[in-house]
Design a protein around this ligand. Structure first.
Ligand code: DC
Length: 231
């Protein structure tokens, strides 16, 4: 629900970046809901295009095949933080994009420049259409997608804390295996040539290892309110 303050305040753009398992999604959704802002999960968009590639038999080890197909799927994100949605060509893919198969292939697909150009354009148009403002979470939002964001947050956490959280989300998956898979995906996302996972120079870094989710949410809400008050 929009608050009166949110309706009258100028639009605020918040970029929240960081590796997986830092509490990015839970924090971003809660902050957006609390402040009456829209919410965009950009990882879901990269997962959706990866799901489409896999489903349509595209060889995801072949960057040129991925590049040729990058413009084909129609990806639509619903930006209500209490019920975010994602469809590909009209099909709800919220479940299928979380499978192990998609997770293991998303770094390769999202490293292809044509994929990034397409998804980045989509992200910018969604952000510019968000009336009261938006919280956009990802890996390159503060550095590349929305370099003029009002507030940039970079969430970090120790590999142990991140693996423990992800195993919990995956209902008891092996912590050690999850830790290794996370480290591998972060390394791929951080070392790719086109807009890698990186902290913007003007981002506020928050280490969430020793914080509860509620503490992280409160910290980010305070930072957004300060920015909004100063606008
Ligand atoms: O946040 P997530 O784990 O759902 O993201 C899935 C993958 O998408 C991640 O491994 C890298 C890619 N991604 C990206 O390259 N850029 C973004 N802004 C968001 C995600």
């Amino acid at each position: 629900m929009e608050t009166t303050a949110a309706r009258t305040a100028p639009a605020v753009i918040v970029a929240i970046d960081g590796p997986s398992g830092t509490g990015k999604s839970s924090t971003s959704k809660a902050v957006a809901a609390q402040l009456g802002l829209s919410y965009l999960d950009t990882g879901a968009q990269y997962r959706a295009i990866t799901w489409w590639m896999v489903t349509n038999g595209i060889d995801v080890t072949d960057p040129s095949a991925i590049a040729d197909a990058a413009g084909k799927p129609d990806i639509v994100s619903g930006t209500d933080p209490s019920a975010p949605t994602i469809t590909v060509d009209g099909t709800d893919v919220a479940g299928p994009i979380r499978t192990q198969e998609v997770t293991s292939k998303v770094s390769a697909v999202s490293a292809v420049p044509e994929v990034r150009a397409r998804i980045t354009e989509l992200q910018r148009s969604i952000a510019s259409a968000a009336g009261t403002g938006i919280v956009v979470e990802g890996r390159d939002i503060g550095t590349t997608v929305l370099p003029d964001a009002d507030l940039k947050i970079f969430l970090t956490a120790s590999p142990e804390a991140r693996a423990a959280r992800r195993s919990g989300e995956l209902k008891g998956a092996d912590v050690q295996a999850t830790r290794e898979a996370l480290i591998k995906r972060d390394a791929a996302d951080s070392s790719r040539k086109t807009s890698p996972l990186a902290k913007a120079d003007d981002a506020v870094e928050v280490d969430t290892s020793e914080l509860t989710l509620q503490q992280v949410i409160e910290c980010v809400v305070t930072l957004v309110e300060e920015k909004r008050a100063a606008k």
